[in-house]
Design a protein. Structure first.
Lengths: 267, 310
């Protein structure tokens, strides 16, 4: 056990400080009894959270974000599950190309999709901007995440379980309902949670497509222009960060539990 | 018998494609159609509040129309009548490149540590590196405004410690701030892919190198680094491609001098009411990014690199 305190370990610690340090300034100053984000800290207070909770504009945006995130995570996970089954259970011609095409939303700069979806809605289809357009865009960017999570889950369990069900006389639908779905369930929950966070935190597409009804990140961005609103926004940012972190941990828990419960002989 | 096999195989393909239909539909409606619409729009022109649908290359001409009096940026002449697209494109590529190199230099040792040094609590490390990936991009970028701002954490801390009298103004609102913030915001996307490519390396190859007399450092350069190169290059692309078009970071920490091509596209669409020109700028941006990536892969011989690994 040499090298326990090697330069690399020190580097890893510094890396984590770099990764988390700046973001942790948001919660730090959200409890600071001052209008400014300056050291030295003045005193501990919850009053910024009171200001935030009393803000009706914020509450409206919060409601919008939750509605959009719940709907788009359910739809994206359903679509992602079907696609994941198709790609893991069949050696489809063009499998690799299909996978590459589905990962494009993660690579192409989001501003391109922001303006492209904006113009097809407004100038080509004549659909007014609303939470629906944001939701549709969020389904689109959540599908790759959902597929990744669900494919790794489906690849983890034995295909013969499904074949056994078919051999024992279940039809395709009942096999899905009684075998595939229960086995994929940890992955499904994980996908729902991760899609929820993705949609809940998504800013660029929502910024272009939200119209007059903002989601929470769009609302927060709009408020950043006003220096006197900063403390309330720090409190809001802290709440968002806490919610995201909790959901990620939950999603990871389900994903890991799913994998571990599946190790052969680990029943 | 053989024909029956073929038949069942074909029917599983059919059911496979049937299951993919909803996903294909979403991709068609939300990706392919909008991109085609963007392309079409770039050949039209804005006249007042209406869009003139006569196909023309006018927008592309606006972007490249030469001028006798070049516009100078950082001492580089831009001989264009309307220089913003060319200047901002170059600036975006440089800033993204700096951010990408920074990200890889910072993430690689971390991934190496994770793959070869962490024996216990690996899950904890992985989860700690995963959380920032999922938390709000907007907030991660915004946090740098708090850190670097005129009235921000660094300035006030230095003042409290008595190291400076006046806040340092050069921290925020410049391209360097944009590059650092981009690096921080995207680094969460790179550690894990690099880690996966390091984890896959067969330990017997490393042992062989040692047995054949390589020092640790030579072993790293001759075995570890080449074998992890495809994953690392992939991770670099995952940062470079999206950040060229980023407009949130320049908007929050870039100031007037730190704007990038994404800001111009957003301006043209939402403020200046010239969506067709904005569409042409976006198309050219994607084309240039694609060409750069293709050129890069060609120069390093990515195919050969990857085939050597697998």
């Amino acid at each position: 056990m040499r090298n326990t305190f090697s330069p690399l370990t020190v580097y890893a610690a510094l890396f984590m400080i770099f990764l988390y340090g700046p973001v942790l300034m948001i919660p730090l100053f959200s409890f600071n009894d001052s209008l400014f984000t300056t050291f030295p800290l003045k005193g501990f207070t919850f009053k910024h959270y009171g200001t935030m909770a009393a803000n009706t504009g914020m509450l409206n945006a919060l409601r919008n974000s939750i509605v959009v995130a719940v709907c788009s995570s359910i739809i994206a996970t359903a679509i992602g599950l079907l696609a994941a089954i198709a790609l893991t259970r069949n050696r489809l011609p063009g499998n690799a190309i299909i996978l590459a095409a589905f990962s494009l939303p993660l690579i192409v700069p989001s501003i391109v999709f922001g303006v492209a979806i904006l113009i097809i809605m407004l100038k080509f289809l004549g659909i007014a901007l609303s939470l629906w357009t944001v939701g549709a865009a969020h389904v689109f960017i959540c599908i790759p995440f959902s597929m990744t999570v669900l494919m790794s889950r489906l690849e983890g369990f034995d295909k013969s379980l499904e074949e056994a069900s078919r051999d024992l006389g279940e039809n395709a639908w009942m096999t899905f309902y009684r075998v595939t779905l229960p086995l994929a369930l940890p992955g499904v929950i994980s996908s729902l949670l991760l899609c929820f966070i993705t949609s809940f935190d998504e800013f660029v597409l929502a910024f272009f497509l939200a119209g007059t009804d903002p989601t929470l990140p769009v609302y927060l961005f709009g408020q950043l222009r006003f220096p006197n609103k900063l403390p309330g926004m720090l409190a809001l940012g802290t709440s968002i960060l806490m919610l995201s972190t909790m959901l990620v941990l939950l999603a990871e828990f389900f994903r890991k539990r799913g994998v571990q419960a599946n190790v052969p002989g680990d029943a | 018998m053989a024909s029956m096999m073929r038949h069942t195989e074909k029917s599983t393909w059919m059911s496979g494609y049937a299951l993919l239909t909803p996903a294909f539909l979403v991709m068609a409606v939300m990706m392919v159609a909008p991109l085609l619409a963007l392309l079409a729009l770039s050949f039209w022109t804005q006249s007042g509040f209406e869009i003139d649908r006569t196909p023309t290359l006018a927008n592309y001409w606006t972007i490249i129309e030469p001028s006798d009096e070049p516009f100078f940026w950082m001492g580089i002449p831009f001989p264009f009548k309307y220089p913003p697209p060319a200047v901002l494109m170059l600036k975006s590529i440089v800033v993204s490149l700096v951010a990408t190199v920074l990200v890889i230099l910072l993430a690689y040792p971390m991934a190496y540590f994770l793959a070869f040094r962490v024996k216990r609590n690996k899950t904890l490390w992985l989860v700690l590196l995963t959380i920032p990936f999922w938390t709000s991009y907007l907030l991660r970028v915004f946090s740098w405004k708090i850190v670097l701002g005129y009235n921000g954490a660094i300035n006030s801390a230095l003042k409290t410690l008595g190291l400076i009298d006046q806040p340092l103004e050069f921290l925020l609102y410049n391209p360097a701030a944009v590059a650092i913030t981009l690096a921080h915001a995207w680094i969460a996307f790179t550690v894990l892919p690099i880690y996966v490519s390091l984890e896959k390396i067969d330990p017997s190859l490393l042992e062989a190198a040692t047995d054949l007399g390589d020092t640790k450092w030579r072993r790293f350069l001759r075995v570890t680094l080449p074998l992890s190169a495809p994953g690392t290059i992939g991770a670099a692309m995952l940062v470079f491609i999206p950040t060229v078009g980023d407009y949130v970071t320049p908007m929050l920490v870039g100031g007037p001098g730190g704007t990038m091509i994404g800001n111009l596209i957003q301006e043209l669409f939402l403020r200046q009411n010239n969506a067709p020109l904005g569409a042409a700028v976006a198309i050219i941006m994607m084309f240039i990014i694609g060409a750069l990536v293709a050129f890069f892969f060609w120069v390093i011989g990515f195919r050969k690199l990857r085939s050597r690994v697998s």
